[in-house]
Design a protein around this ligand. Structure first.
Ligand code: CUA
Length: 364
């Protein structure tokens, strides 16, 4: 069948478009498993590459056989002395046994590193024998991080000491989430009524991106977090700072924001230590020291903070704050933090937002 010029042009256009699209898929990036920076991620990457090469081998073998048969026997139908009909065999015990043995061998090639990796990840490997434990709780759609031995509570951004093994104890406050820091390792699910754990170690200082890797509702894609891997002394000062209470406010606008924080019931869900507060939303004691807000979704700037206070539901659909702001989106009873929640109506005008932003920005 001869192809027309138009068909050829269309095919060429498709190839170019596809090529351009694929060229956008970088292998390197903040969430790339190819850039492993810790032993767990390296092990996972190694296992992945083993199965990739085995699959590639199978692909090439099967693909070449198909191409060979298609080309070699394309004339079947017009049998000539040059192109005879191939042997019409019906099963070959020898060939089948060979294929089974080959398949088993290939499975074993993948199985060995996979099993070794399972045991490696299942046992805390720590050269310094000073294991840091962090309790992680997943919420729709943010992360709470607690350091029980150090008395630190934070949200959506955590720090770890470079080179030291960190044990993450994982639980969820609601549905299933999954903890994943692609360049350090993962993923382990946070299951209702069950505690899971995993350990990670970072071998390089820097900021690593984390992401919830299990569909957990409409804003699942916006449930991100950041891991700051710091040198030992910087980590210690980070801990000291995070343990301390919020800074005293003196600026009049920020002071008004502080009043509004109570008056508008923000305090019902968020704590700013040492004052009492709720724990349904992220602890905000040192909010201004974080690089992002809304669980890694927005850079932590005054403009973004104002936008978040103005229309949180447009930034993160379905979130609890939106429900509180817009009396119009009643929550199912299991998500209602306290009776009367549905009657809460936290409407903020521009002046309120400016004051709250001033206050929250002061919380370094
Ligand atoms: Cu939490 Cu997806």
């Amino acid at each position: 069948m001869k192809r027309t010029l138009t068909q050829r042009i269309v095919t060429a256009a498709w190839m170019v478009t596809l090529g351009l699209m694929l060229s956008g898929c970088g292998l390197r990036g903040p969430q790339s498993i190819v850039d492993a920076d810790g032993p767990v991620a390296e092990y996972q990457y190694y296992t992945f590459m083993v199965s990739f090469y085995v699959s590639l081998l199978i692909f090439v073998l099967v693909g070449s056989l198909i191409v060979y048969c298609v080309v070699r026997y394309r004339h079947v139908g017009e049998v000539t002395p040059d192109t005879p009909l191939p042997d019409q065999g019906h099963g070959s015990t020898k060939l089948e046994v060979c294929l089974i043995i080959l398949s088993v061998c290939l499975v074993v090639v993948i199985l060995v590193p996979a099993l070794k990796g399972q045991f490696y990840q299942g046992t805390l490997q720590d050269p310094t024998s000073e294991v840091l434990e962090i309790n992680v709780t997943g919420y729709q759609w943010w992360w709470k991080f607690e350091y029980p031995a150090l008395g630190v509570v934070t949200a959506n951004e955590l720090a770890i000491p470079t080179g030291q093994a960190v044990k993450f104890n994982l639980k969820t406050n609601d549905v299933i989430h999954s903890f994943w820091v692609p360049r350090l390792g993962g993923k382990v699910d946070l299951m209702p009524n069950q505690s899971n754990w995993l350990w990670l170690r970072s071998t390089r200082d820097g900021t690593y991106y984390g992401q919830c890797a299990e569909f957990c509702g409409e804003s699942h894609a916006f449930m991100k977090f950041r891991v700051h891997s710091l040198p030992g002394d910087e980590f210690k000062s980070w801990v000291e700072h995070q343990k301390s209470g919020a800074r005293e406010v003196t600026d009049p606008l920020a002071l008004r924001g502080k009043e509004l924080f109570k008056a508008k019931q923000c305090v019902g869900c968020h704590q700013i230590r040492p004052a009492a507060g709720g724990n349904l939303g992220p602890d905000l004691t040192h909010l201004a020291s974080r690089t992002t807000i809304a669980a890694g979704q927005l850079e932590n700037t005054p403009e973004n903070l104002a936008a978040w206070l103005d229309h949180p539901g447009e930034i993160k659909p379905g979130n609890m704050m939106q429900a509180a702001f817009l009396h119009s989106s009643p929550q199912p009873s299991w998500r209602r933090p306290w009776p009367g929640w549905d009657n809460l109506n936290i409407a903020l005008n521009q002046g309120d937002i400016d004051a709250l932003v001033a206050y929250l920005r002061s919380l370094e």
